[in-house]
Each structure stands twice: as C-alpha cells, then as structure tokens.
Design a protein around this ligand. Structure first.
Ligand SMILES: C[S@@+](CC[C@H](N)C(=O)[O-])C[C@H]1O[C@@H](n2cnc3c(N)ncnc32)[C@H](O)[C@@H]1O
Length: 216
C-alpha cells in the first residue's frame, strides 16, 4: 500500500514537472503576446489533442443549445467549430471570428470538408466585433484571451454583443504559452459586469463560465 502511494506521488510529481517544463518550453519557443502563427495551425488539430482536450465534453460546459447564435472568438483552424455547429443545429449558427485571414481560410476548408453549413467564418478583431448589440446567445474562447493585448476592450465588446443572461465561456490550457490564470480572468470578467456561473478544473487547465449582465 505504501509502495503504491509512493509510486503515485512520484508519478504525480513527474507529471507536474513535465507540465512545467512543457509550458516553459512553449513560452520560450512560441511565447508571443500575439496570435499563434497560422503555420502552426496543425498543432491545434493534432490527433493527440483529443486525448488531453476532448471536443464534446469541453463544449458541453459552454451550455450551447439548439437554435442559438453562438460566437466563437479565435477558432483557429476549427478544432471546436464543427462540433459546436452540430450542437446548435440547423436553426442555430456559429459565427467564428479570427484575426488571421490564413486561419479563416483553413477553417473554411475544414467546414467544407465536414459539410457544415451553419458556421460563418469572419476575419475580425475581438476588440471590434462586427456584430449588433445583444445579438449573441452564447460565446466561447478556447486558448485565445491571452493572445489579445487589450483584454478589457475584448470583454467590453463581448458584453455589448451578448444578450442579457447569455453565457460566456473560457477554456485555458496549461500547454498554451499565453495561459490566463483563473484569478485574472475572473477579475476581468467581473470588471465588465459578467457574473461567474461555474468553474471546472481539468488535468490540462480549466473552464470558467459567466453570465452576461441584464443590460449593456
Ligand atoms: C491558440 S489559437 C486557439 C484556436 C482554437 N480556439 C483552438 O483551441 O484550437 C488562438 C486563436 O485566436 C486568434 N486570435 C488571436 N487574437 C485575436 C483577436 N484579437 N481577435 C480574434 N482572434 C484572435 C488567433 O489568430 C488564433 O487562431
């Protein structure tokens, strides 16, 4: 029994050390304070990702419903987009806004290959959303916020376009060189009037959800 506990502790320590090394290596190599280059998009679609970061269980935390208009900020090549579009169904739609034209081109190709018709890729900046006030039921950002230099501006825009009570979700992964810590995220969202709804820890990071305030 004692040997098992020691083995478990060693394994956990090894995992923690490995994670820290990986984060440091990624920060060193890619730490950008800006968007991941589109030339690295393949890493976001790597088959191994589904083991550490499964699509459906992650999306289920975002409380997407059939018929919803969903905003995905920073979809990259669309690791989450295809499934999110299926979840909102033919009466819903996913607006996928990315700052990089090359990412949007990759996303378009992926959507075409998957036969998805209710996703709408848009080139744009999270700090200047080309959407009407209160027009979005739910929004999500996975490993994106840390790449946006003016985060308060992005939060203000998200607040503007979301309908009252709409759910805003963030997933952050430790492998992301622009990882945003939970406390910073909570402070940012509260400062923009969002109310925390839930939080779940994952082996590779966390997901937090917030409700948009009653009026912009
Ligand atoms: C690390 S990738 C994550 C992609 C995707 N969410 C995923 O998890 O596979 C971050 C994405 O956010 C986009 N991005 C960065 N800054 C942005 C901004 N200000 N507005 C919109 N998209 C942005 C990048 O171009 C990139 O595609």
């Amino acid at each position: 029994m004692r040997a098992l506990r020691v083995l478990l502790a060693v394994l956990l320590a090894g995992w923690a050390l490995l994670s820290v090394c990986l984060v440091l290596w990624l920060r060193e190599r890619y730490g950008r304070g800006g968007p991941i280059p589109a030339s690295q998009a393949g890493t976001l679609l790597h088959p191994l990702r589904r083991w550490v970061h499964p699509v459906r269980p992650t999306l289920e935390k975002f409380r997407l419903k059939p018929g919803y208009t969903v905003l995905e900020v920073g979809p990259g090549p669309g690791y989450f987009t295809v499934e999110a579009s299926r979840m909102v169904g033919p009466t819903g739609r996913v607006i996928c806004l990315d700052i990089q034209r090359e990412m949007i081109a990759l996303l378009r190709r992926r959507l075409d290959e998957s036969g998805v018709a209710n996703a709408h890729p848009v080139v744009g900046d999270a700090t200047r959303l080309p959407l009407r006030d209160g027009s979005v039921d739910a929004a999500f950002l996975v490993a994106v916020l840390g790449e946006i230099p003016d985060r308060p501006a992005a939060l203000r825009e998200l607040r503007r376009v979301m309908r009252p009570g709409g759910v805003l979700s963030f997933t952050e992964t430790l492998t992301n060189p622009d990882y945003v810590f939970q406390d910073s995220l909570r402070d940012l969202c509260r400062a923009s009037g969002f109310e925390e709804l839930g939080r779940s820890r994952e082996v590779t990071g966390y997901t937090m959800t917030f409700a948009a305030p009653p009026s912009p």
